[in-house]
Design a protein. Structure first.
Ligand SMILES: O=C(O)CCC(=O)C(=O)O
Length: 337
């Protein structure tokens, strides 16, 4: 393999050796069932109490859910997917101008997860962008395709509003003040991973992304509407989350697990790949400000349940997360009391 990225435009006929997982770690695709009862929450529902109840159930039993009628326009979504596809179709020399394997960069094209640290690579290329404040980060984003900056910035603004709405509702569902989560997380950062999983000659032997939880507060994932690949761990079994038309998949991240004192779960999830079909997904991550002090909400520890996690700043957590391999034990374990 000569190129550092997979999306060279030249298809692979065999899987390079450094992508092959040991037998015991492979995805066993034929054994994976569809998740039949993925919670789907209609945010346009007039009955607020029902939304809150559905959220409490989804966040505690699943750690993820899908939202429909979420207020992000169909146009913003369609344009985002289109420009993301166009980006990954650019000539490899053009894309490589943006390549970096340094996770501290605020804009970079990269591949796998943490190429410098990991032993086995993942079948994924990704464009990673910091997105908030837009005025600060947008100037460094790709200017090819020419509509990239406008399209992605519009999408980011709409998704951020959705994220804030969800944080308020999730706070309420925990019995906290509506603005508790936003106040605790401070001026939240927003990052985006535009994931491109090229067609893979041997999907049984590798992952697009291996099992991981998200280090941030909340993830809003736009899945390719035609190609499946997202799987979550539910009751000890991996199940596939099929794309639902017009929906976002929302994951609880590690910070909301900590803040909820373990009541809500940061869900283990992974991405598998397909023969003959590329897949895209666009993950928007809402992240606490670096100096936000994360600890179990007082109201959730008052009634006799001890705080499971010690207090930490998000900067401390994030550094720890990137110093490890993606598929190690849950990073929150390190912060347990
Ligand atoms: O591609 C997917 O469905 C999952 C992406 C994901 O987990 C991530 O970007 O962290």
């Amino acid at each position: 393999m000569d190129s550092k990225v997979l999306s060279t435009g030249i298809p692979f006929t065999t899987l390079p050796e450094n992508y092959i997982r040991p037998e015991s770690e492979r995805p066993r695709l034929s054994e994976i069932a569809d998740c039949e009862n993925v919670p789907i929450i209609d945010l346009s529902c007039d009955d607020r109490a029902q939304i809150i109840e559905q959220l409490a159930d989804a966040c505690s039993r699943y750690g993820f859910f899908q939202v429909i009628n979420h207020g992000v326009s169909a146009e913003a979504i369609e344009k985002m997917l289109h420009v993301a596809n166009e980006f990954f179709q650019l000539p490899v020399e053009e894309k490589m101008k943006l390549y970096s394997d340094d996770p501290s960069k605020t804009m970079r094209l990269s591949t796998s997860f943490n190429v410098k640290k990991e032993k086995v690579h993942n079948w994924r290329d990704y464009l990673r962008l910091h997105c908030h404040p837009l005025e600060q980060y947008m100037p460094e984003w790709p200017s090819n395709p020419p509509e990239f900056k406008d399209t992605v910035s519009n999408y980011c603004v709409e998704v951020r509003q959705l994220g804030h709405r969800l944080e308020e509702a999730i706070g309420e569902s925990l019995g906290l003040e509506k603005d508790y989560i936003r106040n605790t997380l401070g001026e939240q950062g927003q990052h985006m991973a535009v994931n491109y999983y090229p067609p893979c000659p041997e999907p049984e032997l590798t992952y697009g992304l291996p099992a991981h939880t998200d280090p941030n507060a909340l993830t809003i994932l736009l899945q390719d509407s035609h190609v499946a690949g997202l799987q979550v761990l539910k009751d000890g079994k991996w199940v596939a989350v099929k794309p639902h038309p017009g929906a976002f998949v929302v994951n609880i991240g590690d910070q909301l697990q900590a803040l909820s004192n373990g009541k809500y779960r940061s869900v283990w999830h992974r991405a598998t790949v397909n023969v003959g079909k590329a897949r895209m997904s666009i993950a928007s991550f809402l992240c606490p400000s670096d100096d936000a002090l994360i600890s179990p909400a007082r109201a959730l520890t008052d009634e006799g349940s001890a705080a499971i996690y010690r207090s930490f700043t998000y900067a401390e957590y994030y550094k720890k997360f990137w110093s490890r391999n993606l598929d190690q034990e849950h990073c929150l374990e390190v912060f347990k009391n």
